[in-house]
Design a protein around this ligand. Structure first.
Ligand code: SF4
Ligand code: SF4
Length: 473
């Protein structure tokens, strides 16, 4: 194993640099790995390839070779790191407590600072990072994509396969794009949603960067359900992105800047709790204390902020509905988003919430915590591995016989909806909080063909909505 280069210095090889100062994998954390291999059966990339280099143990070993100056940041090293989903299943499985998230994020930061990627790869990564986390840049683009779909260009590109011949990654992005909501649907949430009944506190809602533009119904459902549970919901304008995308792709300093901005926005809003309904955002924000540990001006504030972060299922677990939940006669299965199950160790809360809904039958999903292949922007960077994992996930969902698959993360929602569409299944993929919203506020749903008002897009797919009102642009 290793990069296979002649060592010429303590920090790299003749051809490839080693790790430099700043953010770098912690040698003591690397040595926590005792090579037991217990993480291997839980690792999606190892399961799919059977290769040691595609396993957590293999990746920790590769990081160690560079950290100890026995190898450099070579193309082989970068390839094996790129193939990691960052799903953190290995971190859950590891009996030695290897903090794999720290190791992969710092190693990737080294890669991005020191390694010259091929031009096309660099350009694609740069495009994603310069667009997705910035709602102000995305808003006009999403507006254009709305008309692109309505004009039939999406169907044209798909049927001709033209985009796929030009770029597999771009074709993947096009396929993942849901039916773009209308301008009215994309309007921002009100800055304040008052509590219904007796107030239980004031919470801040993290809207996310992409979610308000592509799946705005999830945030609206979240605000309605929180308000019904007695919370005043504050959604600060200009809160920006949590930085997860930058943190997971090796841009730690940019991620820190986004973290500071978001902390300031929510501190100003003076909320008791900060609520996330996207697993990746919640996990990133719970890590702000660690992320900003070396910044004396922000560390205390970041640690206090992280303490206040809750996934929406954690917060609603304590809600008392007093018979307000109406029956939903549905067979539902639950997919565990990696950054909920492994990143935040939240596993029972969403299931408990679903079980509270009268009439809803929850069936367990085999391999429920195996990554669906979304993993932030992994599906746009490694489309082949992502697709293999998606097919496996969809087969497991189909095997349950459920008419609905629930989850707690926008990336999984977009990915699994694509997989269900590819497989020609009518199973609906929804956020857990949408089911609660239907139970609280209506939405005549039952097993069988979708009965909730949907929006047929020009591709002929149907997107489910809570209280959708057939709104036109
Ligand atoms: S983060 Fe996921 S894909 Fe990466 S090594 Fe760990 S288990 Fe494997
Ligand atoms: S389970 Fe932990 S200690 Fe064992 S090989 Fe995997 S990372 Fe290393």
């Amino acid at each position: 194993m290793g990069a296979g280069r002649t060592v010429t210095s303590a920090t790299g090889t003749a051809d490839h640099p080693g790790f430099d100062g700043g953010d770098r994998p912690d040698h003591r954390e690397i040595l926590d790995c005792v090579h037991c291999g217990l993480c291997l059966p839980t690792c999606p990339t190892y399961l799919m390839t059977g290769l040691e280099t595609a396993s957590p143990r293999g990746r920790v070993y590769l990081i160690r070779t560079v950290e100890e100056g026995q190898g450099g940041i070579s193309p082989v090293f970068v390839k094996h790191l790129d193939q990691c989903l960052g799903c953190l299943a290995c971190q859950t499985a590891c009996p030695s407590g290897v903090p794999y998230a720290n190791l992969i994020e710092t190693a990737r930061d080294q890669v991005e600072r020191q390694y010259e990627r091929p031009v096309a790869d660099r350009a694609w990564r740069g495009l994603l990072l310069q667009l997705f986390p910035y709602p102000r840049r995305m808003r006009p683009l999403i507006g254009a994509l709305y008309w692109y779909q309505r004009a039939g260009l999406s169907r044209l590109l798909r049927t001709t396969g033209l985009l796929g011949r030009l770029s597999r990654r771009a074709a993947r992005m096009e396929a993942l794009l849901p039916s773009v909501p209308t301008a009215r649907e994309r309007r921002p949430l009100p800055e304040r949603t008052p509590a219904v009944g007796v107030g239980r506190g004031r919470v801040g809602l993290v809207a996310g960067c992409i979610q308000p533009l592509l799946l705005p119904e999830v945030n609206r459902a979240t605000a309605r359900v929180l308000a019904s549970a007695g919370y005043e919901v504050i959604t600060p304008r200009g809160q920006g992105c949590c930085g997860a995308m930058h943190l997971h792709t090796g841009h730690l300093d940019a991620g820190r800047d986004m973290a500071r901005h978001l902390i300031a926005a929510f501190d100003e809003a003076d909320v008791d709790v900060v609520v996330a309904n996207a697993a990746g955002c919640g996990a990133a924000m719970k890590g702000y204390g660690h992320l900003l540990r070396d910044d004396p001006a922000w560390h205390g504030r970041a640690a206090a902020f992280s303490e206040r972060v809750r996934d929406v299922s954690e917060l609603l677990g304590a809600a008392i509905w007093n018979g307000a939940l109406r029956a939903l006669p549905l067979t539902v299965t639950y997919h565990e988003a990696c950054h909920l199950a492994h990143g935040q160790r939240i596993r029972q809360e969403p299931r408990s919430l679903l079980r509270q809904i009268p009439g809803l039958r929850l069936v367990e999903l085999p391999e429920s915590d195996l990554c669906c292949g979304s993993a932030g922007v992994y599906n746009l960077l490694e489309p082949e591995m992502s697709q293999e994992l998606l097919q496996r996930k969809v087969e497991r969902i189909q095997g349950t016989g459920a008419s609905v698959v629930a989850m707690g993360n926008i990336g999984c929602l977009l990915q699994i909806r694509l997989g269900l569409e590819q497989a020609g299944l009518r199973t609906r993929a929804v956020h857990v909080v949408e089911l609660l919203d239907w139970a609280l506020h209506g939405g005549a749903v039952s097993d069988g063909p979708p009965a909730v008002a949907g929006r047929a897009d020009e591709r002929g797919t149907t997107a489910t909505h809570s209280n959708n009102q057939s709104m036109e642009e």
